[in-house]
Every structure is written in C-alpha cells, then in structure tokens.
Design a protein around this ligand. Structure first.
Ligand SMILES: Nc1ncnc2c1ncn2[C@@H]1O[C@H](COP(=O)(O)OP(=O)(O)OP(=O)(O)O)[C@@H](O)[C@H]1O
Ligand SMILES: [Mg+2]
Length: 267
C-alpha cells in the first residue's frame, strides 16, 4: 500500500507537459445550462435506493457526497484552466471503481445548475452505467457511434443538465468501434451541437484489452482510478505510462482507501 501511495505521489510530481490539444468543435455558446436540444432529450428518473445500492451518493449534497464533490471541483478547475472538455475515466485493472466514480462525478456536476454534463458508457465490452441507473435505453450507444441512431433519439436526460448515453448490451467488436474515425466524428458532432461543459467517458481498464488505448485519441485528459489493497504498484505504473502516451493524465483517484474514516481520496 505504501508503495502504491509513493508511486501516486511520484506520478503527480512527474506529470509532464500537456499532450497537444485536440482540434475543437465550436465552443460553448454561454447560453445557460438548458437549451431546446437538451430539453428534447428523453428525461428519466432514478430511484434513490438504486443509487445507494451502487454507491452513487452525489445526487444530493451531504457528507457522503463530499469526497466526490471535492474531486468534481478539482477536475472542473483543471479542465477549465486547460480548455479541456472531454474526460476519460479508466484504471489499470477491472473492478477499481471507474463506473462508480463516473456516475458520482456526473450527478455531482448535475448539481451545478449552470453546467451541462454528459456521461457516455464507453465500456462497450462490459457496459454497466445502465445497471447503476437501472435503465435500459431503446437503442445502444454503439449504434450512436456507428451513425445508425441520432444521439437525440438515444441519450436520456437526468434533471435539466445531465445527458447519459448508455448501452443496451455488450458490443461484438468494441475495439473496431472505439478506434473508428466515424466514432470520432460522431462525438465531435455531439459536442458541437450540445456544447456540454464536460463529457465523461467511462472506459474499460487499460491492462486487459486494447479498447481504452484505441479510444484515448478522442479525449483531452484521463483520470486513473486505482483501488486500495487491490491495484498493484507495477500495474499502476504501466497504466500511467500507457495513458500518458495518448492523452493528459489529469489525476489519480485512490478508491476505497480507509484512513481515519475517509472513504475516497483524490490525488
Ligand atoms: N469505495 C468503494 N467501497 C466499496 N465498494 C466499492 C467502492 N467503489 C466501488 N465499489 C464496488 O466495487 C464494484 C466495482 O465498482 P465499479 O463497477 O465502479 O468498478 P469498475 O472499475 O467500473 O469495474 P469494471 O472494470 O467491471 O467496469 C461495484 O460493486 C462497486 O459498488
Ligand atoms: Mg465499469
């Protein structure tokens, strides 16, 4: 555990020059959080008990939400400072807390009324945002990426300002879809039309397949989630190097670290 913490500290100090910025679609229109396009997305309600079951605690402010609210603010400030809008959430190995972090960030951002946020379930091989929210859309995010369905007809809206694009089921050939130029163009079009302040991509783990590597060209930065007492130092080290080759490492979330009753820590 000490070795992992030392590695996180070292990684923070060594974080180098930013990877050159992606070419951006047209910027924010400054027109407030809602717009007819956002209002037209189908709304959906999430049961509080369902959220609790999956440790999504940021719908309301409170003690449980605080660690994620701190993370939200740090992420937002750093992204704004750099003019970044797209955030990948990944980890070295599975079951680290990526989807938990992604959902908590999305709902935490949703409490900021003046912001528009999107959560895209980009873990096409093993999607789980739908399970977390107990929702199964009529069409899948994979169909949006393939250009078969319009985002407007697929994404669902939580409250006024959080759009969520989820999967119906696992994709047969996710790496192809994540690597495709068409997918990059679809995401550019979504960003240009909806002008979200933050787009969160819940990605698979880096060390298990090529999916995340294939997709990172589409984001501005990445948050690495490591799980206390589970992620090994060598796994974190390899994962950080790999990600840094493709995008900016925004930071590391040390999940499930219990120290003096503090649940989740962010570096
Ligand atoms: N801090 C925590 N304390 C206890 N359990 C947690 C914590 N964070 C996540 N979990 C639980 O661990 C499991 C895995 O979490 P999650 O699905 O967020 O991880 P993941 O990295 O997205 O997994 P996958 O690689 O399968 O996509 C879930 O059951 C989740 O509720
Ligand atoms: Mg997940």
């Amino acid at each position: 555990m000490e070795k992992l913490q030392a590695a996180l500290h070292k990684a923070r100090q060594n974080r180098g020059d930013p990877v050159p910025a992606r070419e951006k679609p047209a910027g924010r229109d400054g027109g407030g959080a809602t717009s007819p396009l956002w209002e037209a997305l189908a709304p959906f309600e999430i049961e509080p008990r369902q959220l609790e079951r999956h440790r999504v605690v940021t719908r309301e402010a409170g003690a449980k939400a605080t660690p994620f609210d701190i993370l939200r603010t740090k992420v937002l400030l750093q992204m704004r400072q750099n003019g970044w809008t797209r955030l990948a959430i990944t980890s070295p190995m599975p079951q680290s807390g990526k989807t938990t972090t992604a959902c908590n960030l999305a709902l935490g951002l949703g409490r900021q009324r003046d912001l528009r946020s999107m959560l895209l379930d980009t873990d096409l091989r093993d999607p789980s945002v739908g399970t977390f929210f107990n929702a199964r859309p009529d069409r899948s995010i994979g169909e949006v990426f393939a250009g078969e369905v319009d985002f407007a007809d697929q994404a669902l809206r939580i409250g006024a300002n959080v759009a969520v694009s989820m999967a119906r089921e696992a994709e047969g050939d996710p790496t192809r879809l994540l690597l495709a130029e068409e997918t990059a163009e679809v995401i550019d079009r979504i960003e240009a039309r909806y002008k979200p302040d933050v787009m969160i991509f819940d990605l698979p783990s880096v060390l298990v397949n090529d999916d995340t590597r294939a997709f990172l060209k589409n984001v501005d930065c990445a948050l690495i989630v490591v799980r206390a007492n589970q992620t090994r130092y060598s796994q974190f080290d390899t994962c950080e190097r790999e990600i840094a080759e493709h995008t900016n490492v925004l930071g590391v979330v040390l999940n499930a670290y219990r120290h003096a009753d503090k649940g989740t820590a962010a570096e």
